[in-house]
Design a protein around this ligand. Sequence first.
Ligand code: NIG
Ligand code: FE
Length: 410
Amino acid sequence: MTPAGFDLLLVDAHLATMRGDGVPYGTVRDGAVGIVGDRIAWVGRAVDVPRDAVARRTQDCGGRWLTPGLVDCHTHLVYAGNRANEFQRRLLGATYADIAREGGGINATVRATSAADADELAAESRPRLAALAAEGVTTVEIKSGYGLDTATELKQLAVARLLGELVGVDVCTTALAAHALPPEFASRADDYIDYVCREMIPAIARAGAADAVDAFCETIGFTPAQTQRVFATASAHRLAVKLHADQLSDTGGAALAAAAGALSADHLEYTNAAGVAAMARAATVAVLLPGAFYALRETQSPPIAAFREHGVPMAVATDCNPGTSPTTSLLLMLNMACTLFRLTPEEALAGATVHAARALGLTDRGTLGIGQRADIAAWDIAEPAELSYRIGGNPCAGVIRGGRVARWGA
Ligand code: NIG
Ligand code: FE
């Protein structure tokens, strides 16, 4: 037998493999990970590493914990400007919906994003992606939706892909053309959806600019019927779908998403029992966004107990956006998911690794398992629950991306 050969061998580490083997966090204490090329080739206890194994490089992890690289599966991080003024107005009593109806909210960011050229947009957005990467995030989904016309949506999606290369993060792009009604279509939402379906989605698909299509199904967004048209168009172009569903009211969004075979339904504060059951049947991931819940001072939590009961996988994401979730900390979202939604720290970490990957349709990452992409984060923590316990702070000590040490130490 030829000896095992690794390009990189990680030793002196504790592993939170998240492989769902019944052991909390899939823990392996005093473990090691062998990497060949961009894949994990061996995982287990250090004492079991084959004695004749040869490694081109060995990384001593100094007793740190290793987890899968984190996955932020729902962001709107490419935008210009900010909406601190709306934050102040909401504190004085205006609601998110009031501000949207007056032409602020999403449309305010559309104006700023349309006015910025691609370079300006990239320069403003890059620190947000870099902040996520600094916390051990190796895969990020980025939505458009601050263009609402073909050229500006394409500009946002192109900037998202460019930033992935510049910052060194895998970026999945999602076309969210049905995010808000632009003023030129006021009182003509069906005409706007015609434009989205006849022109925007086909152009985005032709350009190969998006991996999926999303919509905002809400009283201040689009109706279920309009959302269905967007989904049908996406499917005709072989694009996966996901949905901003039941965030502010119960529009039956979760069931609608599940019926369309959506990868995920996101927000879900007002999702009803039928919606939960439909998501379970369709294996649609529930993406929880505690940052938006917190910032809008919502009081109704998503139906966490029902998701658990039906075995609906739960992901946790930042929803990084200038209106409802101006954060770039996925770790803070893990804390909020536990404190506000009563997830366990293990559920929260699964929500930012394996379940987040599934929410993006990715099965090649999210666990420390043989054959998975070697995207790994190293942490200065004594136990994995610390990742959810802290309110702020960043214990990320290193990142391996695609089998290469992207960062180690300060
Ligand atoms: O996920 N709800 C719709 N979309 C975003 C908010 C976007 C914005 O306000 O700019 C969300 O909360
Ligand atoms: Fe969102």
